[in-house]
Design a protein around this ligand. Structure first.
Ligand code: GDP
Length: 199
Protein backbone atom coordinates (compact mmCIF):
# COMPACT_ATOMS: atom_id res chain seq x y z
CA UNK A 1 0.00 0.00 0.00
CA UNK A 2 1.45 3.36 -1.01
CA UNK A 3 0.29 6.31 0.96
CA UNK A 4 1.16 9.95 0.83
CA UNK A 5 0.91 12.13 3.90
CA UNK A 6 1.17 15.89 3.87
CA UNK A 7 1.25 18.38 6.70
CA UNK A 8 -1.72 20.73 6.18
CA UNK A 9 -1.29 23.07 9.14
CA UNK A 10 -1.49 23.72 12.85
CA UNK A 11 -4.53 25.31 14.44
CA UNK A 12 -4.50 27.22 17.71
CA UNK A 13 -7.93 28.61 17.13
CA UNK A 14 -11.24 27.51 15.56
CA UNK A 15 -10.71 30.08 12.81
CA UNK A 16 -7.64 28.17 11.67
CA UNK A 17 -9.25 24.77 11.27
CA UNK A 18 -8.84 23.78 7.61
CA UNK A 19 -12.02 23.16 5.59
CA UNK A 20 -13.61 19.72 5.99
CA UNK A 21 -12.39 17.92 2.86
CA UNK A 22 -12.25 14.32 4.05
CA UNK A 23 -13.20 12.19 7.07
CA UNK A 24 -10.98 13.01 10.02
CA UNK A 25 -9.37 10.57 12.43
CA UNK A 26 -8.30 12.32 15.64
CA UNK A 27 -5.53 10.97 17.88
CA UNK A 28 -5.67 11.78 21.59
CA UNK A 29 -3.60 10.60 24.53
CA UNK A 30 -1.74 11.61 27.65
CA UNK A 31 1.68 13.15 27.02
CA UNK A 32 4.40 10.56 26.49
CA UNK A 33 1.93 7.75 25.97
CA UNK A 34 3.39 7.01 22.54
CA UNK A 35 0.97 8.94 20.30
CA UNK A 36 3.59 10.33 17.90
CA UNK A 37 5.29 6.94 17.62
CA UNK A 38 1.92 5.34 16.86
CA UNK A 39 1.21 7.88 14.11
CA UNK A 40 4.67 7.41 12.61
CA UNK A 41 4.28 3.63 12.68
CA UNK A 42 0.81 3.75 11.13
CA UNK A 43 1.87 5.79 8.14
CA UNK A 44 5.37 4.32 7.90
CA UNK A 45 7.14 7.66 7.88
CA UNK A 46 8.15 10.28 10.40
CA UNK A 47 5.92 13.16 11.35
CA UNK A 48 8.50 13.94 14.02
CA UNK A 49 9.18 17.48 12.83
CA UNK A 50 5.83 18.42 14.26
CA UNK A 51 6.43 17.37 17.84
CA UNK A 52 9.95 18.76 17.80
CA UNK A 53 8.74 22.21 16.72
CA UNK A 54 8.14 24.28 19.86
CA UNK A 55 4.51 25.25 20.31
CA UNK A 56 3.12 22.79 17.80
CA UNK A 57 2.48 20.13 20.44
CA UNK A 58 -0.13 22.46 21.96
CA UNK A 59 -1.89 22.88 18.62
CA UNK A 60 -4.17 20.65 16.60
CA UNK A 61 -2.02 19.40 13.72
CA UNK A 62 -3.73 18.33 10.50
CA UNK A 63 -2.24 15.89 7.97
CA UNK A 64 -3.91 14.89 4.74
CA UNK A 65 -3.50 11.35 3.55
CA UNK A 66 -4.03 9.83 0.12
CA UNK A 67 -3.88 6.09 -0.54
CA UNK A 68 -2.17 6.06 -3.90
CA UNK A 69 -0.17 9.19 -3.51
CA UNK A 70 -2.62 11.03 -5.79
CA UNK A 71 -1.62 14.68 -5.81
CA UNK A 72 -4.01 17.32 -4.40
CA UNK A 73 -6.32 14.67 -3.04
CA UNK A 74 -7.16 13.61 0.51
CA UNK A 75 -8.80 10.29 1.34
CA UNK A 76 -8.69 11.14 4.98
CA UNK A 77 -7.17 13.53 7.47
CA UNK A 78 -5.08 12.46 10.43
CA UNK A 79 -5.48 14.93 13.25
CA UNK A 80 -2.99 15.03 16.11
CA UNK A 81 -4.40 16.66 19.24
CA UNK A 82 -2.32 18.02 22.13
CA UNK A 83 -1.37 15.58 24.89
CA UNK A 84 -3.32 15.88 28.11
CA UNK A 85 -2.73 14.80 31.69
CA UNK A 86 -0.45 17.61 32.85
CA UNK A 87 -2.88 18.93 35.42
CA UNK A 88 -3.15 16.63 38.43
CA UNK A 89 -6.51 17.94 39.53
CA UNK A 90 -9.05 19.09 37.02
CA UNK A 91 -12.80 18.78 37.30
CA UNK A 92 -13.25 17.74 33.73
CA UNK A 93 -10.97 16.82 30.89
CA UNK A 94 -12.04 19.89 28.93
CA UNK A 95 -10.98 22.22 31.78
CA UNK A 96 -7.43 21.12 31.14
CA UNK A 97 -6.97 21.60 27.43
CA UNK A 98 -6.77 24.73 25.27
CA UNK A 99 -10.13 26.34 24.45
CA UNK A 100 -10.20 25.30 20.80
CA UNK A 101 -10.14 21.54 21.52
CA UNK A 102 -13.67 21.46 22.89
CA UNK A 103 -15.32 22.92 19.75
CA UNK A 104 -13.20 20.64 17.57
CA UNK A 105 -14.43 17.51 19.36
CA UNK A 106 -17.99 18.76 19.80
CA UNK A 107 -18.71 20.40 16.46
CA UNK A 108 -16.35 19.27 13.73
CA UNK A 109 -18.65 17.86 11.04
CA UNK A 110 -16.10 15.58 9.38
CA UNK A 111 -14.66 14.05 12.57
CA UNK A 112 -15.23 10.33 11.98
CA UNK A 113 -13.32 8.65 14.81
CA UNK A 114 -11.32 9.49 17.95
CA UNK A 115 -8.40 7.16 18.59
CA UNK A 116 -7.60 7.31 22.30
CA UNK A 117 -4.05 6.12 22.92
CA UNK A 118 -3.13 4.57 26.28
CA UNK A 119 0.01 2.79 27.49
CA UNK A 120 -0.47 -0.97 27.91
CA UNK A 121 2.20 -0.90 30.66
CA UNK A 122 0.29 1.60 32.80
CA UNK A 123 -3.05 1.14 34.56
CA UNK A 124 -6.02 3.17 33.34
CA UNK A 125 -5.75 6.80 34.41
CA UNK A 126 -8.54 9.06 35.56
CA UNK A 127 -7.81 11.48 32.71
CA UNK A 128 -8.38 8.67 30.16
CA UNK A 129 -11.66 7.75 31.85
CA UNK A 130 -12.71 11.40 31.79
CA UNK A 131 -11.84 11.76 28.14
CA UNK A 132 -13.82 8.66 27.16
CA UNK A 133 -16.86 9.79 29.18
CA UNK A 134 -16.59 13.18 27.52
CA UNK A 135 -16.50 11.60 24.04
CA UNK A 136 -19.53 9.44 24.89
CA UNK A 137 -21.32 12.52 26.18
CA UNK A 138 -20.70 14.47 22.96
CA UNK A 139 -21.56 11.40 20.88
CA UNK A 140 -18.19 10.82 19.22
CA UNK A 141 -17.19 7.31 18.20
CA UNK A 142 -13.95 6.34 19.91
CA UNK A 143 -11.58 3.42 19.87
CA UNK A 144 -8.90 2.75 22.49
CA UNK A 145 -5.41 1.66 21.45
CA UNK A 146 -3.02 0.29 24.08
CA UNK A 147 0.46 0.85 22.77
CA UNK A 148 4.02 -0.23 23.78
CA UNK A 149 2.78 -3.85 23.78
CA UNK A 150 6.32 -5.08 22.98
CA UNK A 151 7.47 -4.05 26.47
CA UNK A 152 5.52 -6.74 28.33
CA UNK A 153 4.92 -10.49 28.00
CA UNK A 154 1.85 -11.87 26.25
CA UNK A 155 0.29 -12.85 29.60
CA UNK A 156 0.93 -9.43 31.09
CA UNK A 157 -0.53 -7.82 27.98
CA UNK A 158 -3.71 -9.91 28.17
CA UNK A 159 -4.11 -9.05 31.83
CA UNK A 160 -3.49 -5.37 31.15
CA UNK A 161 -6.02 -5.28 28.28
CA UNK A 162 -8.62 -6.91 30.50
CA UNK A 163 -8.04 -4.33 33.25
CA UNK A 164 -8.16 -1.47 30.76
CA UNK A 165 -11.41 -2.78 29.23
CA UNK A 166 -12.97 -2.87 32.67
CA UNK A 167 -11.72 0.49 33.95
CA UNK A 168 -12.32 2.37 30.72
CA UNK A 169 -15.65 0.58 30.14
CA UNK A 170 -14.67 -0.18 26.59
CA UNK A 171 -15.50 -3.66 25.25
CA UNK A 172 -12.68 -3.73 22.70
CA UNK A 173 -9.16 -2.39 23.13
CA UNK A 174 -6.61 -2.73 20.35
CA UNK A 175 -3.03 -3.50 21.30
CA UNK A 176 -0.22 -1.90 19.32
CA UNK A 177 3.55 -1.70 19.19
CA UNK A 178 5.17 1.18 17.38
CA UNK A 179 8.41 -0.76 17.64
CA UNK A 180 7.32 -3.98 15.89
CA UNK A 181 4.19 -2.49 14.21
CA UNK A 182 2.10 -5.31 15.73
CA UNK A 183 -1.56 -4.32 15.48
CA UNK A 184 -1.10 -2.00 12.51
CA UNK A 185 -3.38 -3.87 10.09
CA UNK A 186 -6.13 -4.16 12.71
CA UNK A 187 -6.02 -0.44 13.46
CA UNK A 188 -6.05 0.47 9.76
CA UNK A 189 -9.17 -1.71 9.36
CA UNK A 190 -10.91 0.26 12.11
CA UNK A 191 -9.82 3.58 10.59
CA UNK A 192 -10.94 2.59 7.09
CA UNK A 193 -14.31 1.36 8.37
CA UNK A 194 -14.85 4.63 10.26
CA UNK A 195 -13.89 6.79 7.32
CA UNK A 196 -16.01 4.86 4.80
CA UNK A 197 -18.95 3.75 6.95
CA UNK A 198 -21.09 2.82 3.97
CA UNK A 199 -18.39 1.08 1.89
P1 GDP B 1 3.91 11.09 22.79
O1 GDP B 1 4.35 12.15 23.74
O2 GDP B 1 2.60 10.49 23.22
O3 GDP B 1 3.87 11.53 21.36
O4 GDP B 1 4.96 9.88 22.94
P2 GDP B 1 6.18 9.42 22.01
O5 GDP B 1 5.68 8.81 20.75
O6 GDP B 1 7.15 10.53 21.89
O7 GDP B 1 6.77 8.22 22.89
C1 GDP B 1 7.24 8.40 24.21
C2 GDP B 1 8.35 7.38 24.48
O8 GDP B 1 7.85 6.05 24.40
C3 GDP B 1 9.49 7.45 23.47
O9 GDP B 1 10.71 7.22 24.16
C4 GDP B 1 9.20 6.31 22.50
O10 GDP B 1 10.37 5.78 21.89
C5 GDP B 1 8.56 5.28 23.41
N1 GDP B 1 7.60 4.43 22.70
C6 GDP B 1 6.49 4.86 22.04
N2 GDP B 1 5.81 3.82 21.51
C7 GDP B 1 6.50 2.71 21.83
C8 GDP B 1 6.31 1.31 21.56
O11 GDP B 1 5.33 0.87 20.93
N3 GDP B 1 7.25 0.44 22.05
C9 GDP B 1 8.31 0.86 22.78
N4 GDP B 1 9.17 -0.06 23.23
N5 GDP B 1 8.53 2.18 23.04
C10 GDP B 1 7.65 3.09 22.58
Amino acid sequence: MRIKVQFVGSAFDMKHFPPCVAPEIAFLGRSNVGKSSLLNSLIGTKLAHVSSTPGRTQAINFFSMAWDGKPHHADLMLVDLPGYGYAKVSKSISAEWPKFIDPYLKKRGCLALCVVVVDSNIAAQESDQKLLSYLRFVGRPACVVATKSDRISKNELNHSLQQLRQKLQTPEIFSYSAKTHAGRNELWKVIRAASHPHA
